[in-house]
Structures are given as C-alpha cells and as structure tokens.
Design a binder for this molecule. Structure first.
Ligand code: ATR
Length: 271
C-alpha cells in the first residue's frame, strides 16, 4: 500500500491530509496520507527512512521548504529558481526528487475559476515578497505576463526578487502600493495580511479597474477584506483555497497514479 504524507512543524493545522484523504476515498485507492511532524534537526534522518517505510513521496511545508533543496538528489529548475520545494517523489532507486508546484497551483486555480483570464492583458501587481510571492512571480513570468509590479513592506526582499527574476519586474515602494494597481490586469495578495487573527491588507483600491482580476493567497477566511472590496468594485475575484487544492494535484498523481479532480465536493471536504 503506497504511503505519502506532509512533513512540517507544526503540522496539526495542515489541510493536506483531508485533501489527499478525500481523493484516496473518492477514487477507491488503497493508500494513506499522513501528517508527519518533523523537527528541522531530524529532517535529513527522516528523509532517509521514509522510502524504506513504504513512502512513495511527501509534501513539505513550513519550516522545511527551503532546507529540503540541499537534501534532495534532484531539484527541478523551477524549485531551484523559487528557492523552495513543496513536493517530493521517492524514486524506486532511492533518490529523492524535489519540485515546487505552488506556481502551477496558482495559475491552474485562476484558469479554472476565471477561464477568460489572459495573463498578457496587462501588468500584474503582486503585494508581498516572501516564498509564496516568489512562486507566483515564477509562474506569471512563465505564463507570458509582460510586466510584474511588486511591493513589499521590507523593500529589499522585493529588490532581491527583481535581481533574480529580471527585467520584467518593477519594484514599487510600500507607500506606493495603491498606485501600483493603476492599470494592473491581475492583482495578487501574497502577504499573510487578511488572514484570520491578522490585520487586513490596507492598500487603497481607488486605482483598481473593474476589468482586473484580484486574487488572494490567504484562504482563511475564504473572503478576505481585499476580495470583498474588490468584488464591490466589480472586479473578478478568485479565492486562495483553489491554489492549495491545485498545488496538491501533481503530487497525488505521481504517488497514487491518478490525476485528481478539483471541484466543489473537494472544497467542502477541506474547509
Ligand atoms: P510565505 O512563504 O507565506 O510567503 P513569508 O516568507 O514569511 O511567508 O512572507 C510573508 C509575507 O507577508 C512577506 O511579504 C511579509 O512582508 P515582510 O517581507 O516585510 O516581512 C508580509 N507580511 C507579513 N506580515 C505583514 C505586515 N504586518 N505588514 C506588511 N506585510 C506583512
């Protein structure tokens, strides 16, 4: 029976076991997906042991997404570029293959929720410059976006992303975040602001066009203050839960041999 799981610390809050568990049950696959609480100092040891215990792969989450790159035998180009991996495949020869599917999940979610979305319709504006923002930048560049505007409270992190990802990026000062939205076709909150128990994102939306698509990586709550206001302004909105669901699909397919569907049933099972 193939086993997979999610490695992190803490791990109790992770929705991945529900998500993969739902798919295993729906498709009648004999397999298990379990939460694996692992301390950073034990990560290397656990990785050596898991394949011998019947694991075919794993997801990796906070705080291991960056450290895992140094422990894997193969790292995909996009994981190397992003500087983090979230999906591991344990190959029959014992080698560990590390990939990052966050950017794929980001784009697949928008394409499913807003099929009319065109990445090259105009500039994209990204708020935030953490690990999640890096995956979003990589995937938008791949999708053919011509200009990516980026802002972050700590400006140097945005400058660093521009230095790594190149000429299509334009850094805006945090105080200019509202102006950055002027003419943007795609707007993304990649900060943790708006999450339950945190402050809302306070960016003035006056410059936002009703033609733009606004998406938030925060999915608890599903309707963040940003999405509520963007909807009031007539924008197309896409919530962040779908990205979580879509980023999980490539791993499930590799481990359990079936491409899983992402639909309302799954959203209900995970919420
Ligand atoms: P993740 O991997 O989820 O992106 P992260 O690397 O910790 O996590 O990044 C969190 C993002 O939320 C960053 O852009 C962070 O801004 P800083 O780089 O300035 O820390 C942003 N963020 C978190 N709390 C914030 C706050 N109170 N105000 C503004 N930005 C905040």
């Amino acid at each position: 029976i193939p086993l997979a799981g999610v490695i992190g610390m803490p791990i109790a809050h992770s929705r991945s076991p529900q998500l993969h568990g739902h798919w295993l049950k729906r498709y009648g696959i004999r397999g298990h997906y379990v939460p694996l609480p692992v301390m950073p100092e034990h990560l290397a040891e656990v990785l050596r042991v898991l394949p011998r215990a019947g694991f075919v792969g794993a997801n990796v989450t906070i705080p291991h997404k960056e450290a895992i790159l140094a422990l894997a035998d193969f790292v995909t180009d996009r994981a190397a570029l992003i500087g983090a991996a979230n999906t591991l495949i344990f190959r029959p020869d014992g080698k560990i293959h590390a990939d990052n599917t966050d950017g794929y999940g980001f784009i697949a979610n928008i394409r499913q929720s807003a099929p009319e979305w065109q990445p090259d319709a105009g500039p994209a504006a990204i708020i935030g410059a953490g690990g999640a923002a890096r995956a979003v930048v990589a995937s938008l560049l791949d999708s053919g976006v011509k200009e990516i505007r980026i802002t972050n409270r700590t400006r140097i992190r945005a400058e660093q992303i521009k230095a790594e990802f190149g000429a299509r990026l334009v850094v805006y000062d945090w105080a200019q975040a509202g102006n950055m939205l002027d003419g943007a076709a795609t707007v993304v909150n990649a900060t943790s602001l708006g999450m339950e128990g945190k402050h809302p994102l306070r960016v003035p939306l006056d410059a936002l066009s009703p033609d733009s698509l606004v998406t938030d990586l925060v999915y608890a709550p599903l309707m963040t203050p940003l999405l509520i206001e963007a909807q009031h302004r007539g924008c197309k909105i896409v919530d962040g839960l779908g990205m979580l669901l879509h980023q999980a699909a490539p791993g499930f397919e590799r481990w359990f041999g079936r491409r899983p569907e992402i639909d309302e049933d799954l959203r209900r099972a995970v919420l």
